[in-house]
Design a protein around this ligand. Structure first.
Ligand SMILES: Cc1cc2nc3c(=O)[nH]c(=O)nc-3n(C[C@H](O)[C@H](O)[C@H](O)COP(=O)(O)OP(=O)(O)OC[C@H]3O[C@@H](n4cnc5c(N)ncnc54)[C@H](O)[C@@H]3O)c2cc1C
Length: 463
């Protein structure tokens, strides 16, 4: 049965676009596990939307499960195989930027374009694609869309959802749904593209997108700031946001233990501030005039220091300072690499509740004897906190124990088990903590309507 499908697929799209045997074993399911060979039936490398459609028509006819691979940077097991009998559709050959339209401020791209290439192409036109996060050099735009990625500038520009104007996607049965319009406003019925955004490849394969660009800022200012209490972090956020009148674009909170790990060996980065403060904030303002904005930015920090909202500040004065400050934040591999048997989290909850939640959670995590490292940090202005947890051992029970500590309080706090990474395989047991039974039922109804045989990313998000 299985090889019959591969033969049929070979006939349809050609042998060169199908990997099996040794070529397949050279592949993997995640960029952090390149040493673990892929266990799947075949990897398909379509170059066009019609090839994706032909592949899905055949898979649908055979009830063949399919997993879509983008840049393989997700953090929730959503590109893992569930039984090794899946066919992988890898989007890497659909990597063309089809059009940049500076007047409409849009970019039309194939799904396999790497996020960083989108950013660079926008910059060349004096425009900005604001989506930005540490995995930008590997993550594909189709992966960012499918996970509704967030990152470092959500506070000002929104999630991926807010940056996509049009989508072309292929349904499980091969039907192509195409709406590649460049318009911002479109209330002509249901906003179908939103179904594909954040659904982790379970409702369709995204093949193209029209991305929304914004005018490139003419100034960029950043500072690392030391703060004594969590309440003052919240005061500082309100102070800077109201004073900067809409130009605050980043407000990243890093707890002391994480800041130390980011800026001491094996990290090559030196700390911009001493290790004296419980909280560190990296902030960014994007504006219209470098000298004027820097002066205003500095003046605001001085006011915050005088009012004792913040305790210390280091301002970036040069391009290399900016590069240094942001590399400290973006190079998460530096502290994640110190965590053995690591578990990654991206919870969200109301901003005022975060301080106490993190203090209590870190305390409870260290009560688990096998937990030896906990690094909290987050996009606090979006109510989104990450934890990296390291352990001396690995077992299903231990993973569940850590999950319980982090996820259980979220229901009462009105939070979510995933702010931006999605559910994948890793979090599906915890989805009911933040979604009602009625919501879950509606999700399943939608899944059934769009993928009646359940072939797309089977077993991800829910069973
Ligand atoms: C160092 C690091 C930092 C990160 N920082 C952030 C961050 O700040 N914010 C954030 O939101 N995320 C972050 N992430 C995780 C983030 O979700 C992913 O990096 C990215 O969005 C996924 O893109 P990808 O191309 O790698 O997709 P993959 O990992 O390949 O796939 C992710 C999911 O999307 C599906 N998929 C991929 N392409 C398609 C397609 N064309 N059509 C349909 N389904 C598809 C897959 O089946 C899978 O379910 C980070 C990851 C790393 C490793």
């Amino acid at each position: 049965m299985a090889s019959k499908i591969v033969v049929e697929l070979e006939k349809k799209i050609g042998k060169t676009l199908i990997l099996t045997g040794e070529a397949l074993r050279q592949r993997y399911t995640h960029i952090w596990r390149m040493d673990q060979p892929l266990n799947a039936l075949a990897v398909l490398l379509p170059r066009t939307t019609s090839e994706v459609s032909e592949i899905l028509k055949i898979c649908h006819a055979h009830n063949q499960p399919v997993v879509v691979h983008g840049g393989l940077t997700n953090l929730v097991g959503s590109t893992e195989m569930t039984d090794g009998q899946e066919i992988v559709i890898s989007m890497e050959k659909m990597n063309k930027i089809e059009e940049i339209d500076p007047k409409s401020r849009t970019m039309t791209v194939q799904a396999g374009v790497i996020l960083e290439n989108v950013q660079k192409a926008a910059t060349k036109e004096n425009l900005l694609f604001p989506l930005n996060y540490g995995a930008k050099g590997s993550a594909q735009i189709g992966g960012a869309i499918s996970t509704n990625a967030g990152g470092l500038r959500v506070f000002r520009y929104g999630m991926t959802r807010n940056l996509v104007l049009g989508i072309e996607a292929v349904l499980a049965d091969g039907t192509v749904i195409s709406s590649l319009k460049k318009i911002i406003k479109d209330n002509s019925g249901y906003d179908i593209k939103q179904l594909f955004i954040g659904s982790e490849g379970t409702l369709g394969v995204v093949t193209k997108a029209v991305l929304k660009l914004v005018e490139a800022p003419k100034s960029r200012n950043s500072a690392w700031v030391g703060i004594q209490t969590y309440d003052k972090v919240v005061d500082f956020l309100k102070f800077m946001d109201s004073s900067l009148a809409g130009t605050l674009s980043g407000f990243e909170l890093v707890w002391n233990s994480t800041f130390k790990a980011m800026t001491s060996p094996p990290s090559l980065m030196k700390p911009p501030l001493p290790y004296d403060y419980p909280y560190y904030v990296l902030l960014e303002s994007l504006g219209s005039h470098q000298e004027r904005d820097l002066a205003a930015f500095q003046a605001l920090l001085e006011q915050a220091l005088e009012a004792e909202i913040i305790a210390d500040a280091a301002v970036a004065f040069t391009a290399s300072d900016l590069e240094w400050f942001w590399r400290i934040r973006e190079d998460v591999a530096v502290f994640i690499g110190q965590c053995e048997n690591d578990q990654q989290y991206d919870v969200s909850l109301p901003i005022p509740s975060i301080g106490q939640y993190v203090t209590e959670t870190v305390e409870k995590l260290y009560q688990i004897p096998e937990v030896n490292l906990v690094f909290p940090l987050g996009h606090v202005a979006d109510g989104n906190i990450h934890f990296s947890v390291g352990k001396t051992e690995q077992s299903k029970e231990l993973i569940a124990k850590v999950n319980e500590v982090i996820y259980q309080p979220l229901t009462a706090l009105g939070g979510s088990v995933s702010a931006e990474h999605g559910i994948g395989l890793d979090k599906k047991a915890y989805l009911p903590l933040c979604r009602t039974p009625e919501e879950l039922q509606l999700m399943k109804t939608l899944k059934l309507a769009m993928d009646p045989k359940g072939i797309l990313n089977r077993g991800k998000i829910f069973s």
